[in-house]
Design a protein around this ligand. Sequence first.
Ligand SMILES: [Zn+2]
Length: 464
Amino acid sequence: MSDDFMTPEARRENATALATALGLSVSDASEALDLKVAITVEKNNETARRIGDETYELLRRTVRKVAQDSCLGNVAAELIIGSARPKTNARRVFLRVLPDCATISLERHGTEACASTPPILALLISCFASAVTLSRALNRALPFAPPNPFTLDFRQVGIDWNAVSEPIDLEHTYVAGAGAIGNGFLWAARHLNFQGSLGIADDDTVGSGNLNRQIWFENEDIGKPKADRIVERAQRYFPKLKLVPNRCRLQDLPEKSSGPWLRRLIVSVDSRRARRELQNELPGEVFDSSTTDIREIVVHYNRQPTELACLSCIYEADEEEMTREKHIAQHLGVSIEDVRTERISESAAERIVLMHSELDPETLVGIAYDTLFKSLCAEGQLQTPEGRRIVAPFAFVSVLAGTLLALEVVRRLSAGEHSRDFNYWRLSPWHPIDKRRQIIRQRQSSCAFCADSILKNVNVNLWG
Ligand SMILES: [Zn+2]
């Protein structure tokens, strides 16, 4: 991949994310991200090399330039991994990897060689190292500034790290959505030993504004089906797992039946509504993670039948969602019902161009309302709570969400001594992992799925 593969649209997505987080204008945020970061890696150390490579892939999608083990001028921050010596005079971030934890700090606390870690853990460390390095490079107060030192205690994840390389038979599992988190999931899963088959359902094509966070995609994928492209790129990393692309939404798969066809579902679609609707497909087991702009990640798991929360409980319709849908409908000249279908239909496209004559109806059909709205709306509208919902996160946030999703599959399906006593986990990409935030969420009495007695009976018949 060329060094500068990021399209202007992808850079704008990053600028919008930062602008929203800091209350800046998009042009100021774009200027703030126009910076260079250096990564300097301890020699002859596998863990250090891996973290260097992963962090490079994450940060090059976020800032203008990332240099790995090379000298260059005007560097805003340098990440120094393990025992390596700094190569620049830039602001420094030191990463130590010890057997039980990683520390990321602005001063050097030790010069030992990096301890050996499983590759999936190296990726997890890289996501947090990217956050701290970016924060240091920006040199401005983020509202969620990472602590110094930042200590990532591996035990807080609740994963038995000795068991992560064991084979896990996924049998016939499906992934709904090949967007940012679906990409992050497969990016992380390439470090695991999954077997069986994985159907990947997505009806969308790769957009030029996706390259900053949908980590498998490159310039030549733009305009092509996401499901096909991700399988094409990722399959060679999965010798024992068959990836099956489906150019449709999960609910439109031809193999769908009234029987127990959807035993296991990995959810990585991009809206609360789409997540809720997937619970109505009656999956036996759900692995889910989502992001709220660049601030937060949610991880959820359920196995039916259960008295605990389902997807529809977790992502229940709320005031912000309704305000946002109303807003989009008014701005585009369509009905709220149109917006709720998520994708622009032919007839909606004709109505949109009546209000926005600069647009071509043919190019609108099939794209997401959120995407179009984001490209049209004034900057101030994205700073509102409901506007923030549609701001896309940075690559390291989406990949962190995908990594946690992959680890959730390990946690629930492999035999290790993992902690499994929770179904809901909210965490910040800017703060160390704290196990106390892994909690049990009870079901909502008003849930559109759980509270429906017919659906409940069907569910018990399928999975009881
Ligand atoms: Zn529910």
